[in-house]
Design a protein around this ligand. Structure first.
Ligand code: G
Ligand code: G
Ligand code: MN
Ligand code: NA
Length: 250
């Protein structure tokens, strides 16, 4: 556990940066965008994962500054990509109970000059349930401006299908725990199949996370899953190492 002072310094020195993992269209195999994943590289070269420092940032009241910095940087990086590529950015549950969040995000987009339709925000169901009134205000601000919303980690936690009919999501991301076990578990396969059917019925794009094996990719393609993400398709990488063939037109 890092102390608040370390984190404060890391933010001040911009030691926490977004890495990018490709999101791939499973029909065409084209990259359609990247998910930004925060990475803290300390002066000693050690990597601290977001699961460790995001909660500390939230408790120490540093999440607003950290998010501001990461989002500005990610939007700046996305500006240098071809226009059709989308930037996907994670929001943690506590952030959705801040009713100024939407306006702050829109201000950053405006400052950087990234059009709202090029960004997608990943939220979880539990985040929406925690403070439903505020979450709706925030999401409305964003959606009205043209930002897209993805429901992340779908199927885990206190998931409630009511969120799907209460709010208009553009995308559902099937949690990687389903993908990890679905070939060896026939019921899991049926669950994934049902989620894909749900997406088709609602007109919502389905992304499968955590694809590590060729056989998983093949099965997801057979089931008609729209988008894939995972180590097999590409690991999270720093902006400067996104290869020209990744962000170029292929
Ligand atoms: O990249 P990794 O699998 O270690 O990410 C772990 C968790 O941290 C994931 O749940 C991811 O959504 C979250 N995360 C990654 N980057 C960010 C970020 O910039 N902001 C927030 N709030 N969460 C993030
Ligand atoms: O909660 P969220 O879906 O935002 O977190 C995504 C996390 O999953 C990131 O920490 C990312 O590094 C991780 N991840 C991405 N692809 C794979 C994969 O193929 N296998 C595993 N185990 N983790 C992955
Ligand atoms: Mn995510
Ligand atoms: Na997820």
């Amino acid at each position: 556990i890092r102390v608040e002072a370390d984190l404060r310094a890391a933010i001040k020195n911009a030691e926490i940066v977004p890495y990018y993992q490709p999101l791939v269209d499973l029909k065409t195999k084209e990259i359609i965008g990247f998910e930004a994943l925060a990475r803290w590289k300390t002066a000693s070269g050690e990597f601290i994962p977001p699961n460790e420092f995001i909660p500390v940032a939230e408790e120490a009241g540093l999440i607003v500054d950290l998010t501001d910095q990461l989002l500005r940087r990610a939007c700046g990086d996305a500006l240098s990509w071809p226009n059709h590529l989308v930037l996907s950015f994670n929001l943690s549950p506590i952030q959705l109970s801040d009713r100024l969040l939407g306006l702050r995000i829109l201000r950053i987009l405006g400052d950087v000059g990234l059009p709202a339709h090029r960004i997608e925000l990943e939220v979880t169901e539990s985040a929406i349930i925690q403070d439903a009134v505020t979450a709706r205000i925030v999401l409305d601000d964003l959606v009205n401006a043209g930002v897209r919303i993805a429901l992340d980690d779908f199927g885990t936690g206190y998931s409630s299908l009511s969120q799907l009919s209460n709010y208009r999501f553009d995308k559902i991301k099937i949690d990687r725990s389903f993908v990890a076990s679905f070939e060896t578990n026939d019921k899991q396969d049926k669950v994934i199949k049902a989620i894909i059917a749900l997406g088709a019925g609602l007109g919502v794009t389905i992304t499968a996370e955590g694809i590590e094996e060729e056989s998983q990719l093949q099965r997801l393609q057979d089931l008609g899953c729209d988008i894939g993400q995972g180590y097999l398709l590409g690991r999270p990488a720093p902006a400067e190492s996104l290869a020209a063939d990744q962000i170029g037109t292929r």
